[in-house]
Design a protein around this ligand. Sequence first.
Ligand SMILES: Nc1nc2c(c(=O)[nH]1)N=C([C@H](O)[C@H](O)COP(=O)(O)OP(=O)(O)OP(=O)(O)O)CN2
Length: 370
Amino acid sequence: MLLTLHSAATPFEAACHIPALPEGHRARRLHGHSFLAQARCALPLGWAPFKGAEVSALRERLEAAAAPLDHALLNDLLPNPTDENIARWLQQRLAGGDGGAPLPGLQQLSVYSTTHSGVDVDLRGRAHVWRRYRFQSAHWLPHVPPGHKCGRLHGHGFEVIVHANQDLGERELSIDYDHLDALWAPLHFELNYRCLNEMPGLENPTSEMLSRWIWERLKPQLPELSWVTVFETGSSGANFDGARFRIWKEFTLDSAVQLKNAPPQHPLASVHGHTFTLRLHLQAELHQLYGWAVDFGDVKERFNPVFKRLDHHPLHLDERLTDGDCASLAAHILREARAVLPETDRVDLYETRGCGAVVTLGDTSELIPV
Ligand SMILES: Nc1nc2c(c(=O)[nH]1)N=C([C@H](O)[C@H](O)COP(=O)(O)OP(=O)(O)OP(=O)(O)O)CN2
């Protein structure tokens, strides 16, 4: 069954200190962040003023709920303004606690205090904490067909996101990211400024193999670990959750749109455009020899005809598209992608950071931070 989640995000600038942390901890001191709050919702039909206005209406609702946080001292509103507590506070306001209309279908509320850390609270109230790390390494893929560019020694600025579900363990990770940093530090030491192929267990260092290698090292010490994300490049990567691998490839689409159902004076009724961020997600068994689910290069090549029909085009003039809103476009892209890449089970499409839609045939738990 196809599930559509609409997504909206709003930034806010705020000061805070966290008295619940131990004496001497840096975050007990007054400090500040450029935060981002993001809501993902399975909105019922008819919730927005017109079909296609879901993202803008959701953004307005989220902005209203988050307004008191902007340029504020968060401790005036919350005694311990951790990312998790801010997310729960926003969740409660979106449920009608701020006097506004209760937001239906809220699946996930995320708060990121930085671009490298954040917390997602799901509809059952479970907190998922994530933290992003980087390392600089070389590798080559020894089993790829002759002439494949990844068979040559090359390198990447790899990024890893460690995702933890607090329900799986005892710790309140969202209050103190230092525990994750301490567990990551020896892995960073092993991986950074190295050639990955020389490391035991990484003789074929695809993103998939690397995500499993990291999982196997972290999980015994971090029962909360729920999955590991490896970004091999800015546009491609893999997730491993202890059982299955998922990969994604990201594209940018620069296209014009116009919403069919917008009333004449509404801004969305005029021809406008976006640099869309499009992410295709695929699930497949690992190839025995290559050690990957699907080659990122193949994803790009097989998807290219679909991409070319959408990129630098006026999408509102394309008769195959029902409308130009993110959810309609993402549903169309998922259909077209599956015709050439049947392993595709999800499409994320954002018109601006955090604002867009996720259309999926699979589960939505593995949401990668925007
Ligand atoms: N499923 C996988 N496919 C590929 C992997 C991998 O680990 N898993 N690795 C590679 C190469 O190492 C390559 O460096 C990365 O591939 P790709 O995303 O194609 O890299 P680009 O940055 O060159 O992508 P562009 O979109 O063309 O810029 C290959 N495949």
